[in-house]
Design a protein around this ligand. Structure first.
Ligand code: GLN
Length: 477
């Protein structure tokens, strides 16, 4: 029975609960058992039972289908550590708005998922709680930073999950694990209760088995929240996609993000090209386009994100949360000992980079220039969307790599984000869908559109997903 349940998508399972054909407690228990015996280190905490607070599952839009939540979302009374030892055992007194919304819509919390510390990384190896593993090959990384969420969904340890994406952290692990990952328009989902990395970039979004599940979950996450002043009212209802063709879609292929300069592997490029052929057969008009400033996106991102992080992480000082290492009589020594012991190597690197980029003599040269580049990238995209509805690129230049392969070389690790960072800087929505395998490992296909084009994105991704006919079941074995 459990095995059969796990074959259902979240939308299918929810529909059965709402039709009173499936007992939501049985569904929860099936996933709870799988999550509790997780061999991928995808979870940092697993619930014992659905929280009492939720509505009656059979009457709720999400039908009682449990959701796995990235560690960095504050969840009331439950460890919320952002993958960091400095927050070990921290149990917040409130939940993030998106988590609260999902609970109210009938998706109880299944567990918290592993991640790179403070969402800094592309492999989940920077977790303070040990690396997560890729269910397609356990010697390989699941991507990051939402690697635990991606691995859990791919392996059928969770029906669906949420993560956060600052420069690619939903889309890239989704690609490497062969699931759907969606980064919404900046401001579509409230950031309240998300432990902040880079506030002008951070967005919450779903990681799911298919596009329908992504639209369904996202539809319950969106909305203006007075507790996040950058959140916006979503301009239209979020619809479940039905398109069976791409007629009328003009699809731009940015040369700068699809060529070998970004290091796109041949196997990835092949899978990408095959999907473009399918898109053309479905009626899309496909043409190359240019994003001249996109190759500078990584450099701009790796100044802006660390700069914001260096400010956001100042609050972890041993006084209010988590770890404290005493400094005898001296407060400053307590701060520095706590931060030296609690933060990992990559987090320290980012704090130093960010502090340097913001220092008075260099502010204009580094942070100021990066902000100008960010504007140029947004303008490039704006211009492209006058001629095209959507753009398409591979999500990640490569497939899942072996644990340790890039850990000692930060610049190599940062290249993971080559294709995903431009959309983050511009605040536009982008989705990664699995588009096949290369040497037995999943490849992600990324579609992006203008701000608030979510419904169009889901339609296009849905039509393409059906044409691709990807089979993710080997990872659930
Ligand atoms: N890999 C990128 C980084 O390390 C993106 C992370 C993210 O989106 N949170 O910053």
């Amino acid at each position: 029975m459990t095995a059969a349940l796990v074959q259902l998508t979240a939308a299918q399972a929810g529909a059965r609960v709402r039709a009173r054909e499936l007992d939501p407690r049985e569904l929860f228990e099936a996933y709870r058992q799988r999550a509790a015996t997780d061999e991928l280190n995808a979870f940092t905490w697993v619930a014992e039972a659905p929280a009492a607070a939720g509505p009656s599952p059979a009457d709720a839009p999400l039908g009682g289908v449990p959701v796995a939540v990235k560690d960095l979302f504050c969840t009331e009374g439950v460890p919320s550590q952002a993958g960091s030892r400095i927050l070990e055992g921290y149990r917040p007194p409130y939940s993030a708005t998106v988590v609260e919304r999902l609970t109210r819509a009938g998706a109880p919390l299944l567990g918290k998922t592993n991640q790179d510390e403070f969402a800094m990384g592309s492999s989940t190896e920077n977790s303070g709680f040990g690396p997560a593993r890729n269910p397609w090959d356990r010697a390989r990384v699941p991507g990051g930073s939402s690697g635990g969420s991606a691995a859990a969904v791919a392996a059928g340890l969770a029906p669906w999950a949420i993560g956060t994406d600052t420069g690619g952290s939903i889309r890239q692990p989704a690609a490497l694990c062969g699931v759907v990952g969606f980064k919404p328009t900046y401001g579509a989902c409230s950031r309240y209760g998300m432990i902040a990395f880079a506030s002008s970039l951070d967005q919450a979004g779903p990681l799911t088995r298919d596009v329908t599940d992504a639209a369904l979950l996202f539809g319950q996450m969106v909305g203006r929240d007075p507790r996040d002043s950058t959140s916006l009212k979503f301009p239209e209802p979020v619809r479940l996609p039905h398109a069976d063709s791409l007629r009328g879609f003009r699809l731009g292929i940015p040369e700068e993000l699809t060529g070998t300069e970004g290091g796109v592997e041949p196997g990835v490029r092949d899978a990408f090209d095959r999907s473009l052929e399918l898109a053309e057969k479905l009626g899309a008009a496909i043409e190359p386009c240019r994003l001249p400033h996109a190759p500078h996106a990584l450099s701009a991102y790796y100044l802006i994100a660390p700069a914001e992080a260096s400010a956001n992480l100042a609050r972890f000082d041993g006084v209010r949360y988590g770890l404290r290492v005493d400094g005898e009589a001296d407060l400053l020594t307590m701060y520095s000992r706590t931060r030296a012991a609690g933060f990992g190597l990559e987090v320290k690197r980012r704090i130093m980079l960010g502090t340097y980029a913001l220092s008075s003599g260099y502010y204009e040269a580094y942070y100021g220039t990066a902000q100008k580049v960010r504007t140029r990238i947004a303008q490039d995209l704006h211009a492209v969307f006058e001629r095209f509805d959507l753009i398409a690129t591979p999500t990640s230049p490569w497939t899942a790599f072996e644990l340790g392969a890039k850990l000692g070389d930060p610049l190599q690790m940062y290249l993971n984000d080559f294709c995903t960072v431009p959309m983050s800087l511009a605040g536009i929505p982008a989705i990664s869908i699995p588009c096949g395998l290369s040497d037995g490992l999943p490849v992600g296909f990324q579609l992006a559109g203008p701000a608030f084009s979510e419904n169009r994105l889901f339609e296009a991704a849905f039509a393409l997903e059906r044409a691709i006919g990807y089979d993710g079941s080997p990872a659930r074995g």
